[in-house]
Design a protein around this ligand. Structure first.
Ligand code: FPP
Length: 261
């Protein structure tokens, strides 16, 4: 990273704890948890909690882009979320529409490339069209990869990958022997993107909830206690600083040297 870039980045960081911008994660994933509890604390409807959560989301996307992080994956709606009360599902669907209507111009201007992780076919028409249009409009952008998981489940994603690979073998385009770990990565929604380096789940819960199971194989996890609507860019930077301080060995010994057993 050039000295000028580093100076610019230091001006943007919200905590002194980020000391080496070159060690920022390439791919951050976030489970935005705690909207319901935030709403309860404020005696508001759950839908209002999700709306407040969307405000946090805008700030975090902007800051991720400012810092020059390559990819950000956000869990907006899981395949299990259909089981929530119908008015909450309707509110989330409306928020998704509102979000794209209000943000798409800025995101496109900032060269952000949007990708929806999940099965769009099962979504209501208006949502499906808005998401497809956001993907189409930003497809050639080369900046931040913004992945928004909607009707997403990691196991379903893996089933999709297995079916595609099996079909390729059946049709003679691929041999069994050639199937490797990369083959599976290439058939996930996130194909071509770096693996997740840092996974953040807010609200103190410590679960993956079927989010990016394959992509998180060597991710570092940070679990801030803050409920998502109260999560700030300052706290986000503290998560990034914590990541920077972690010693990632990827199964090796320190320094990458193998010791005798
Ligand atoms: C978890 O909180 C959050 C969700 C299920 C939805 C997250 C969605 C948004 C922040 C906004 C919509 C997204 C876009 C892209 C506009 P919870 O309701 O499970 O919280 P709780 O555990 O406190 O009940």
């Amino acid at each position: 990273m050039r000295a000028k870039q580093v100076r610019e980045l230091w001006k943007l960081r919200k905590t002194e704890e980020i000391v080496d911008p070159a060690r920022l994660p390439k791919h951050v994933a976030i489970i935005m948890d705690g909207n319901g509890r935030w709403a309860k604390q404020h005696r508001l409807s759950v839908s209002r909690g999700h709306r407040q959560g969307t405000e946090t989301l805008r700030e975090i996307i902007r800051h991720t882009d400012d810092l020059g992080i390559g990819a950000l994956s956000l869990y907006a709606f899981s395949t299990e979320n259909w089981n929530r009360p119908p008015e909450e599902v309707a509110a989330l669907m409306q928020l998704i529409l509102d979000f794209f209507a209000s943000e798409i111009d800025e995101l496109d201007r900032k060269n952000v490339r949007i990708l929806i992780l999940g099965d769009k076919k099962a979504l209501p028409d208006r949502q499906r069209e808005a998401l497809q249009e956001a993907e189409r409009r930003t497809a050639k952008n080369t900046g931040l990869r913004l992945n928004i998981a909607v009707n997403y489940g990691s196991r379903a994603e893996m089933v999709k990958a297995v079916r595609e690979i099996a079909a390729a073998v059946r049709d003679g385009e691929m041999t069994l022997e050639k199937i490797g770990e990369q083959t599976i990565s290439d058939h996930l929604y996130t194909a071509g993107q770096p693996e997740v380096d840092l996974m953040i789940r807010t609200s103190g819960e410590m679960r993956l909830s079927n989010f990016l199971l394959y992509q998180n194989a060597y991710a570092e996890f940070v679990f801030p206690e803050t409920l998502w609507p109260d999560f700030t860019v300052e706290e986000y930077d503290r998560c990034l600083a914590e990541f920077e301080g972690r010693n990632r060995r990827f199964g090796r010994r320190d320094g990458g040297e193998e010791e005798n057993p």
